[in-house]
Write a protein that binds this ligand. Structure first.
Ligand code: IMP
Ligand code: MG
Length: 180
């Protein structure tokens, strides 16, 4: 899989060192609060597992499934919820976890559903990556791992046509492996 990449952006030890810092910040902010983490599947799988094991709080973990890509490298803008049931978050502090903030459509739609169909005490957003580009929706990350250029990346949960999620690092997918 490594030879499908143009270059590596962040190797595993760099990612984990950054997660140590983010976990410390989140643990301080939510100390003595009722926290529910809502992980966006499947992209935040690795991020969730590695980040949450570093947070020594009695938090709850839930997930929500969305799909927006349909095999392209740009979000279609149509967000499809692949899980219909919403987590029970009334009165709780919610931290939405996703792999990447790109156009903002996905996180905007998720936050909108969680706040209109449920009554959480607060909602914040935590992403591993944020792309440097204009958002089509007003949404930003409260916690951020790394800011990246507007390139298509894979690995560490991020996919291209459902592949590369299990790469233990984040890299730029070579254009010769993009078929859209
Ligand atoms: P947005 O709705 O445009 O913000 O896109 C968010 C979703 O698109 C993320 O949760 C990812 O699943 C996917 N995505 C955006 N950029 C990339 C990328 O560079 N590589 C892989 N997936 C991406
Ligand atoms: Mg994806």
């Amino acid at each position: 899989m490594r030879n499908h990449l143009d270059r590596v952006l962040y190797d595993e030890s760099t990612i984990l060192a950054r997660l140590d810092e983010m976990a410390g910040e989140i643990a301080r902010d939510y100390e003595a609060k009722e926290l529910t983490v809502v992980a966006v599947m499947n992209g935040s799988l690795m991020f969730m597992a590695d980040l949450l094991r570093r947070i020594p709080l009695p938090l709850r973990i839930d997930s929500i499934g969305v799909s927006s890509y349909h095999g392209e490298t740009r979000s279609s803008g149509t967000i499809e919820f692949t899980t219909q049931a919403l987590p029970d978050i009334d009165g709780r502090h919610v931290l939405i976890l996703d792999d990447i903030l790109d156009s903002g459509e996905t996180l905007h739609a998720i936050r909108h559903r969680l706040t209109t169909e449920r009554s959480p005490e607060s909602v914040r957003i935590c992403v591993l990556l944020r792309k440097q580009r204009p958002r089509t929706r007003q949404v930003d990350a409260d916690y951020l791992g790394f800011e990246i250029a507007d390139e298509f990346v894979v690995g560490y949960g991020l996919d291209y046509q459902e592949r590369y999620r299990n790469l233990p690092l984040i890299g730029v997918l070579s254009s010769s492996h993009i078929r859209d």
